[in-house]
Design a binder for this molecule. Structure first.
Ligand SMILES: Cc1cc2nc3c(=O)[nH]c(=O)nc-3n(C[C@H](O)[C@H](O)[C@H](O)COP(=O)(O)O)c2cc1C
Length: 410
C-alpha cells in the first residue's frame, strides 16, 4: 500500500471508518464511495475493478508516484476568486477531468455506460465510451449535454474499426481515442483466480455472488450483459459474456503499429488521441503521427507490470509535446490534489477510471456526479491553499519531490 501519510495514522488514530451509506452527500471523499463499492459488490467484481496485472507493482506505483510529490504553497496572495474551469478541445469543461473508457461496466449495474455518461454530463466533463462497453453508443449519445468520445480497440479485420468509426461519427462523438497498449491482454492473475477457466466462475465466486442479491437484481435482472457495440462481429457460438470478451481479445492483431494510426487518422476528421503511452520515444513519435494529443498511462496498472506510472514521465513528456498538442494522463487519480499535481507537472487534463467507477457502484449516475463533484471541491479548496486562483498558474515550481526515484530523462 502507499506509504502512510497521516500523522493520526502513524501515531495511532482514533478508530475510523468510511461512510458506506446511500446518502451520497455524506460521502466526503472518493474513499467513501470506494468503501461503499466494497460493501455492495461481490468479490469477483471487485477483483475485476480493483486488480492490476502480475504482482501489481505498477498498480502500486500509480499511487506511490503521487505520494512522492509535495506542494510548496504560496501565502499572502489573493485567492478569493478561484475556478477549476479549463479548456478541453476548445470548449469549457468544469474541471480538467475526462471520464476514462472502461469495459465490462455492465458487471457493476445495468446500463452502467449510460449512467457514467449522465454523471459526466451533469458534472460538465467528457466521457469516453469503451469498445468493450455494454450499452449501444447510440443510446449513450442521447444523454443530454454529453460530450461523448469513443475509445477504439482494434480487433478482427479493418472493416470492424471502420464500421465503429462510422457509427461513432454518426452518433456525434466529438473525439476518438485509440488504446495502444492492450493488444496483448495484461496478465491479471487475481481476476483469473475467480474463475476455473476463461468463462466459468469458481464455486466460492458463485456463492459470493449469490450473497449479493442487491447487486444481482441491479445487474443481472435481464440476464448477463453483452458487448452491445461489437457483439454482431462475434461468432454465435462465442456470444456468452465472458466467452465473447475472450474471443475479442484473441482477435486483437499483435501487429498494430503507427501505420494503423495513420490509417485511422485518414478516416477520422475530428480530434484523435492515442492512449497508453509510457515511453518518451513513443511520445516523440506520436508528435508527427498526425494525432491531436496523447494519453499517458498504464491502463490503471492492468497491462505491463513493473511499468512506470504516467506521473513519472509527465514532466519530460510535456517538454517533448510542447504547447502544440494535448497531453493527458491516466492512472491513480483519487483526490483533487492528485489532479493539481498532474497539472503542475504538465498534464492538460486527467482521466479517471476507478474513481468514477466507485461513484457508479455507490450510486449510479448520481454517484458518478458525486465523485466528480468531490474531486472538484477538493481541487477548489487546495488551489486556494496553494495560493492560486486558476489552474493556469500551476507549474512545477509549486512542487517538490520528496524522495528517491529520478524522473526518467528518456
Ligand atoms: C475496470 C477497468 C476497465 C478498463 N477498461 C478499459 C477499456 O475498455 N479501454 C481502455 O482504453 N482502458 C480501460 N481501462 C483503463 C482506464 O481507461 C484508465 O486508463 C485507468 O483506469 C486509469 O487508472 P485509474 O483507474 O487509477 O484511474 C480500464 C480500467 C479499469 C479499472
Amino acid at each position: 500500500m502507499p506509504a502512510k501519510h497521516s500523522t493520526a495514522q502513524m501515531d495511532g488514530s482514533p478508530r475510523r471508518s468510511y461512510y458506506t451509506g446511500r446518502n451520497l452527500q455524506r460521502a466526503k471523499a472518493v474513499a467513501d464511495l470506494r468503501a461503499r463499492t466494497h460493501k455492495l459488490m461481490p468479490r469477483f467484481v471487485l477483483e475485476y475493478l480493483e486488480g492490476g496485472s502480475g504482482e501489481e507493482a505498477t498498480l502500486y506505483r500509480e499511487r506511490e508516484a503521487f505520494a512522492e510529490w509535495r506542494f510548496l504553497p504560496h501565502t499572502l496572495v489573493d485567492e478569493s476568486d478561484r475556478s477549476t474551469k479549463c479548456d478541453i478541445l476548445g470548449r469549457e469543461a468544469a474541471l480538467p477531468v475526462i471520464v476514462a473508457p472502461t469495459g465490462l461496466n455492465g458487471l457493476f449495474m445495468r446500463h452502467a455506460d449510460t449512467a457514467l455518461a449522465e454523471g459526466a454530463a451533469r458534472a460538465g466533463v467528457p466521457f469516453v465510451q469503451s469498445t468493450m462497453s455494454n450499452d449501444p453508443m447510440e443510446r449513450v449519445a442521447e444523454v443530454e449535454g454529453l460530450r461523448h468520445w469513443w475509445q477504439l480497440y482494434i480487433f478482427g479485420g479493418d472493416e470492424i474499426w471502420q464500421e465503429l468509426l462510422r457509427r461513432a461519427d454518426a452518433a456525434g462523438c466529438e473525439a476518438l481515442v485509440l488504446t495502444t497498449n492492450s493488444q496483448i491482454f495484461g496478465d491479471r492473475e487475481w481476476d483469473a483466480r475467480t474463475r476455473t477457466n476463461q468463462s466459468r466462475p469458481t464455486i466460492p465466486t458463485m456463492l459470493d455472488a449469490a450473497r449479493h442479491p442487491r447487486w444481482a437484481a441491479s445487474t443481472l435482472s435481464h440476464g448477463m450483459p453483452e458487448f452491445a457495440n461489437v457483439i454482431d462481429f462475434v461468432p454465435k457460438q462465442h456470444r456468452g459474456f465472458f466467452d465473447s470478451a475472450f474471443w475479442i481479445r484473441q482477435q486483437m492483431p499483435k501487429t498494430l503499429s503507427w501505420d494503423d494510426v495513420a490509417k485511422i487518422r485518414a478516416r477520422w476528421d475530428k480530434p484523435f488521441f492515442v492512449k497508453g503511452l509510457l515511453n518518451l520515444e513513443d511520445v516523440a513519435r506520436a508528435m508527427d503521427s498526425g494525432v491531436d494529443g496523447i494519453i499517458l498511462g498504464s491502463h490503471g496498472g492492468r497491462q505491463m507490470d513493473w511499468a512506470a506510472s504516467a506521473l513519472d514521465i509527465l514532466p519530460r513528456a510535456r517538454e517533448i509535446v510542447g504547447d502544440e498538442k494535448a497531453l493527458y494522463m491516466s492512472g491513480g487519480i483519487r483526490h483533487g490534489t492528485d489532479i493539481l499535481k498532474a497539472l503542475a507537472l504538465g498534464a492538460d487534463a486527467v482521466l479517471t477510471g476507478r474513481a468514477t467507477l466507485y461513484g457508479l457502484c455507490a450510486g449510479g449516475a448520481d454517484g458518478v456526479e458525486r465523485a466528480l463533484e468531490l474531486l472538484q471541491s477538493q481541487m477548489m479548496n487546495e488551489l486556494g491553499q496553494l495560493g492560486m486562483s486558476s489552474l493556469d498558474a500551476l507549474s512545477p515550481s509549486v512542487m517538490t519531490r520528496m524522495q528517491g526515484i529520478p524522473v526518467p530523462t528518456g
